[in-house]
Design a protein around this ligand. Structure first.
Ligand SMILES: C[S@@+](CC[C@H](N)C(=O)[O-])C[C@H]1O[C@@H](n2cnc3c(N)ncnc32)[C@H](O)[C@@H]1O
Length: 301
């Protein structure tokens, strides 16, 4: 029996149920010391399943399985890191988006559920045809790869200023079996894309946080997501400016520009869209915050 004031640890010989309870306590104790009070049962379960390479069903079927010393130490370590504020996605090296698994690396943002609104917006505007999609700042590739998984005749180009992110996006495309329809290009916004390339849809979830706000972000974001994926410059609009100003050059007539925005950026980004000749349409996320702006390139009469 471990005492409340002793350092907690998963012990060799513990079964999976006991290990899960101990991990939960380790995480909760760590987060509580950082004044975070949340139920950590799900985090503990995800870390245990990942390390033991088990499915939920296998965990339920094998709770008496005794742990080796090596597994016990590894589980203690994972729970301790989670308690110190390392996000679960970083510890397991992947995250779910659009119900699909995406590998991560230090070069990629953890995909956020809010960004699924971009995927929904794109899917509701494209048919089943051979749509060509461009994603600017593709990171893990989560946006175009989710769309390719739903539209078997579509193709996509993912561009990013980070070669490390592109390597992860290509790996994700292979994992999701859509690599033959996905290509990548190292590019500062459109600079690396041949001028003759045109698309039906341009997507982007660019870095949009103002530089002077980064220090005050939640440490799970600030210390674990890459700065280049967060920092949008002094007013948060550094990437939106070229992205929106030059979008029409890379869009086919009738095409769409679909961008994620910060909760307080609908006026500033709408203004950039109007300046570029788009009439912006605003979508809200489930919390009711402005989240996505859509510009439609009109067809010639
Ligand atoms: C907020 S993250 C979005 C990643 C991914 N699309 C998602 O939704 O999870 C922004 C991405 O833009 C990339 N990026 C930043 N500045 C860029 C630029 N000037 N040109 C192209 N990509 C850029 C970053 O490397 C990062 O992968």
């Amino acid at each position: 029996m471990q005492q409340a004031d002793q350092p907690l640890a998963v012990l060799p010989g513990d079964n999976l149920t006991v290990a899960l309870q101990t991990m939960r306590l380790i995480i909760e104790r760590g987060l509580k010391a950082r004044e975070i009070f949340i139920d950590c049962g799900l985090d503990a379960r995800m870390l245990l399943l990942h390390h033991m390479q088990l499915s939920h069903a296998e965990l339920i079927a094998a709770p008496t399985h005794p742990l080796t010393e090596r597994d016990a130490d590894a589980l203690t370590e994972l729970a301790t890191l989670r308690g110190a504020g390392v996000p679960v996605a970083r510890l397991v090296g992947e995250a779910e988006f659009w119900s699909l698994p995406f590998y991560l690396s230090d070069d990629t943002l953890v995909p956020r559920p809010d960004s699924e609104l971009i995927v929904e917006a794109a899917l509701s505007r494209i048919g089943d045809g051979a749509t060509r999609i461009l994603d600017v700042g593709t990171g893990t590739g989560c946006l175009p790869l989710a769309i390719l998984s739903e539209r078997p005749r579509s193709t996509a180009l993912g561009v990013d200023i980070s070669q490390g992110a592109l390597t992860v996006a290509e790996r994700n495309a292979r994992r999701l079996d859509v690599a033959s329809r996905f290509s990548t290009c190292l590019s500062d916004v459109y600079d690396g894309i041949p001028k003759t390339d045109v698309f039906d849809v341009i997507l982007s979830n660019p870095p949009y946080i103002m530089s002077n706000v980064i220090d005050g972000l939640d440490t799970e974001v600030r210390d674990h997501d890459p700065l280049v994926a967060l920092d949008g410059g002094s007013d948060g609009l550094d990437v939106y400016r070229p992205l929106i100003a030059r979008a029409a050059l890379f869009l086919l007539p009738g095409g769409y520009l679909i961008v994620e925005i910060g909760y307080d950026q609908s006026s500033s980004v709408s203004a950039l869209m109007r300046e570029a000749g788009f009439k912006p349409e605003l979508l809200h996320d489930l919390a009711g915050h402005p989240r996505v702006l859509i510009g439609h390139k009109s067809e010639p009469n």
